[in-house]
Design a protein around this ligand. Sequence first.
Ligand code: ANZ
Length: 837
Amino acid sequence: MTDVYNPQEIEQKWQERWEKDGLYRSVVDTDKPKHYALTMLPYPSGDLHIGHWYAMTPPDARARYMRMRGYNVLFPMGFDAFGLPAENAAIQRKVHPKKWTYANIEKMRRQMRSMGAMFDWEREAVSADPEYYKWTQWFFIQFFKRGLAYKKLAAVDFCPHCNTTLAREQVIGEERSCERCKTPVIKKNLNQWFFKITDYADELLDFGAVEWPERVMTMQKNWIGRSEGAHVTFKTEQSTPARGSDDLLVFTTRPDTLWGATFMVMSPEHPLVAEITTAEQKAAVDAYVEQAARASDIDREATDREKTGVFSGAYAINPVNEERIPIWVADYVLMTYGSGAIMAVPAHDQRDWDFAKKFGLEIRPVIAPETPAPADMAYAGPGKMINSGPFNGTPATEEKGVTNPAIKAVIEWLEKEGKGHSAVNYRLRDWLISRQRYWGAPIPMVTCPEHGLVPVPDDQLPVLLPDDVEFMPTGESPLKLHATWKAATCPVCGQPAERETDTMDTFMCSSWYQYRYLSPHYDGGPFDAEEASYWLPVDQYTGGIEHATMHLLYTRFFARAMRDCGIFGNVQPMNPDIQPESMFSEPMTRLYNQGMILAENHEKMSKSRGNVVDPDDLVALYGADTVRGYMMFSFKWDQGGPWNSKGISGMTRFLNDVWNLVTATPAIKGDPSPDDVKALRRKTHQTIRRVTEDMETFGFNTAIAGLMELKNTMQKFQKTPVTRSDAWGEAARALLLMMAPIMPHIAEELWARVGEPYSVHQQAWPVFDESIAAEDMITYPVQINGKLRDRITVSADANEETIKAAALALEKVKEHLNRGAPKKVIVIPGRLVNIVV
Ligand code: ANZ
């Protein structure tokens, strides 16, 4: 063994030893509190890049820290292995998606081992393994049986490049493009599978049982988009008792403005457009409907867009005042929101105002502003109801929903009169989960001519994905073109039936992986109830903010759907502090979002830009501990930033310094000075206090800065007899213990070298003694004009400003100053304070 720090040698040695000893196996131990630390599972795209290290090594340090704090920690790892890139690779490189995926997984496993992370590999789960997707399919069937999965013809978002439908969450940006390939999506009418996430909209708005970043909760709330208001029915002139279906239903958040509704607007896609348009207007309306179909929802919703529309020729009756108002067709009203038709109140809604101005329609104010408001735009503020029959004078506040007295009063009246009722509308839509692609879990359903949609019986799961398929993207699922795939028998009657050819959105696989990790090879269900009773829920989840409204919303929905399907039936929280309701509804108690590492040129790292930093190269050059330490030191974890390779040697220097301090410090003869001993101990305990706080709050960068300071203090005393004192050993041990989570290999090596028992990772986290950490205090006599009046006690290293402030804050001093300012404050360091008044 050499005596210089050689990371390559020691890192491999310890990784092998840890693996051999099963040091990171986590087994149920009811004598210890548990901590389930989870980091978002990676997609096996091929190479582990520095971003993976940034996502995985800080949570590893945190998990290791929790373990030293006495928790039984589970920190598993796996792969989100189904998905489009594998299929695209198949098309481009003519390699089978399975081969491509599993080769990548093999490579990434090797790379991940080089991190020296405490992953429990025996709990690894791979979503493309039949033993995994068997349960993905099983969940689908449970949801189907409970009415939470359904198939429906719908206008759906379709990516013409990926040749598949997308969930609404996967359509991003103003230009509405595919989240993966950025191609603008198109609308298609297709028969698709959905999950009823909308049934859980209200429950998903409740974040009472989680400690999540405000930002993520806000994003989910906005995505769910709950609006309170009313449904009001407007009869059209065509409505007769026989044709009651010609009534126009509207959703409004402002029923208090009903008396100001001077026209109505239908979305061009509204089914009643064809019914009520008059013969004279038919040609104009048809032409408009056709033109509107070409604009995207985002364009249509843009408030600054010139309004377009056409009169239908038909009229409706405003139910509150029996007025006859014209019905228009315009594309600023979307079919996908509310009921697809609105009552237009131009005086108080800017879009309606713009429309009324353009087409010369009546604008009638029904809310009088409290203070004068501009007359050339809609007024959306508070005031009093006017021109509103029985409601004149009712105050309308800025509040939304029934907390607004005007809205409350009108809704009560509508309900009493049978003209409408309170209603809640959500932006959230059901989750579209079918994909016309090959590399995913097959949807386990068959269609029988007689029995319709029938789930595949449990004993026939998994429905195995065949290997022999053509991958050419045709817009149809490749399974449709397979020679034998479609042929099935109906589980009910045994007659020939047709197998479903779509596969599931991969977000379905990743919605429940935290449960599979508990028992990845268990065959009695998706997870072993005993493991679940101990480990659930996830205590600390970490991952990128980009998953705020997709994965993180889906997995919350999944947990609730599982709960309602009775899937947690045999699970009983072992920890009496955990409420079963929260355990089964909220899958992840705490969430932390890390930032992103950019390339040195501040751009996003990507292979196509050629600016990717390869961690393998860095590990070969500097060792994993340096890379881990550098990454955690250079960035605030939640912020990230541009990579800078120049700084990395500073971390190597730090590790070398520690190495030399610990392995090559001879005890210096003589008596250690008591002051020096005290100073070193104080620094040690202060560092423990500070690093403990930082590890609790993911402040890795400041934790490492603290370790560096302690090292500097030790170097200061390295050539003094302090090296013979117990304080020296205490400092060295504390330093190594605190380094262990962050730089696990060098800490283990040096721990052994100072003669401590294996393994440093099984030691308790050091504790600090507040009295040792405390700075020395000095008491100053405080004089006023030379006469002793009082005393102050401050820290020995307090600066002049602090001492002055403490003296001036004394009651007795304030009395003498009588609110005036002192002429002069003199501080004689270590001796006294004199105030001249
Ligand atoms: C009358 C009214 C008067 C409205 C007023 C607003 C202000 P949020 O808050 O987003 O839920 N609306 C309803 N359905 C629509 C659709 N399919 N396309 C476009 N707009 C639609 O918005 C609800 C409001 O948006 C509704 O309340 C309706 O206009 C409009 F002073 O009704 B309101």
